[in-house]
Design a protein around this ligand. Sequence first.
Ligand SMILES: Nc1ncnc2c1ncn2[C@@H]1O[C@H](COP(=O)(O)OP(=O)(O)OP(=O)(O)O)[C@@H](O)[C@H]1O
Ligand SMILES: [Mg+2]
Length: 576
Amino acid sequence: MIKDFLKKYWYRYVLGILVLVLVDLSQLFVPKLIGQVVDHLKLPNPDQKYIWLMISWIMGIALGMAILRFFWRYFIIGASRRFEYVSRNFLFEKLMSLTPGYFDQNRSGDLMAKLTNDLQAVRMALAQGVVMSVDATFMAIMTVFFMGSTVSWRLTWLSCIPLPGLAFVALFFGRMIHRRFREVQREYSSLSELTEETVSGVRIVKSFSANDRIHQLFNERSQRNYQSAMSLARVSSLFFPLMTFFAASSQILALSFGGKMVINGTVTLGEFIAFNSYLGMLTWPMMALGWVLNMIQRGRASYQRLMQIVNETPQVQDPKDPVEIEKIEHVEFKNLTYRYPGTERDVLKNVSFSFNRGDMVGIVGTVGSGKSTLVRLLAKLYPVERGRIFINGVDINDISSENIRKLIAFVPQESFLFSDQVQRNIAFAQQKIDFEKVVRYAKLASVHDEIEKFSDGYKTVVGERGVTLSGGQKQRVTIARALYTERDVLIFDDCLSAVDPETEEKIIGALRKNYREKTMIVITHRLKVLKDADMIIVLDEGKIVEKGDHEQLIELDGMYARMFRKQMIEEELECE
Ligand SMILES: Nc1ncnc2c1ncn2[C@@H]1O[C@H](COP(=O)(O)OP(=O)(O)OP(=O)(O)O)[C@@H](O)[C@H]1O
Ligand SMILES: [Mg+2]
């Protein structure tokens, strides 16, 4: 990532560094000029004109430096911002190319931190890091050189003795301050996380009468936040006095030895004043050396973390020469045994079944029996070994994910809406909203009437700052979103669980009636919904235990029949 970037933008760095060196050089002449003014003032009859000339020079240099400073900042800081921009987009795109398995294993908070903190650390190293290391090294060498050559080498060495102390303080304290600062940030985010969760989960907190417990938790975290802030304050309050101590010691050395030299007449007063300004100018590069080492170290560590994302390969690999599928005519699962990447347990065992275009397939079973896993594999969200799933007789591994997702509309078990208008949620990922289509599918998903009643109808914003939809409303909006894509295969993963049974039956029934030619895979806990299904698969602990249509399964009088009878009785009880 960095290599490509530097290859493209090296000239900006070269230009920036050149300008930076120019600024440093001009800066170095100022004390010399001031020294000359002082010595001139000591002459019996100083020439006013000469002094004005010198002042104009100093002003001219200052102006030139101001302009040049703009340019090196523009070149170097600008380049690093460019790096941040390009890499952030690149990383985001990379993340989007990864499959859900990656996100099972990496918490979103960590990913957020990588895209913000780590990227920032790399940017800092590329901007301030580069600038400071060039600036500090060059300035330190040149200043010492000017001091030694124009005043006295002996005085220079003597006065510089305490200066490495500055670099060490900057290095070690810098590291400590940074560590504690991170700690403060961590504590702070854990505190705000708790606050946010408690506020958004306030109904649960109240209904469980958990006020005291939450309050205690809050207090604990709040206290940790305070303590970490204090420990940071302690270190940073020590930092500046220490810096001043080293800087002042070198001034004292300069005064005591240099003063003697002025009295002896070895150096002039003007030279001595110039010397002192140079010494003051050395403080910064010394400190900078310490900071910069930290910065570059941090930048490297962050860069390595970012490269982990870059080097991540999607768990689902796309084939080199994909077979293009126009329509899904036939799907076959063949002895499919499956475990999730990085786990040790088979969640599907020897599953075999097949269906054709236009079929309605029901999948039922106890919780955790592998229903969702089965359809996730068909949607190619997780990798599956060869020879297990075939579409039109082609191994699913030979078909690109893109191709499959163009054919399948998948409504997952957890409904998720973006904080956006209802109509945009339904016409998700489309440039233009076809409003008629939106309404048509909202009607089909039996949610139109309710949307109409919202204050802004289809323009109502849902989510965090908008209207809170009920669980059932959310589910039906996500169904409308899937229908809007007008794919040939619809997969509903238990996505009507929060809707009352009659409405669920009505929605599935209407879909079935309207779309005879579409293939539907319906996972549900309400068996009545599946009475018209062409085939029902009953899963238990990853195995298919029964297979057939409603009548056949009732006749079989097994698990399905038992579950069905139980639901019938419950329904009757509810009616009474
Ligand atoms: N991303 C995942 N990584 C690892 N294991 C998983 C993952 N998702 C599900 N599992 C495990 O796989 C098994 C089957 O899960 P699955 O979600 O397919 O069940 P399900 O039949 O859909 O259940 P439910 O009716 O509760 O939705 C479970 O034991 C679950 O713990
Ligand atoms: Mg499930």
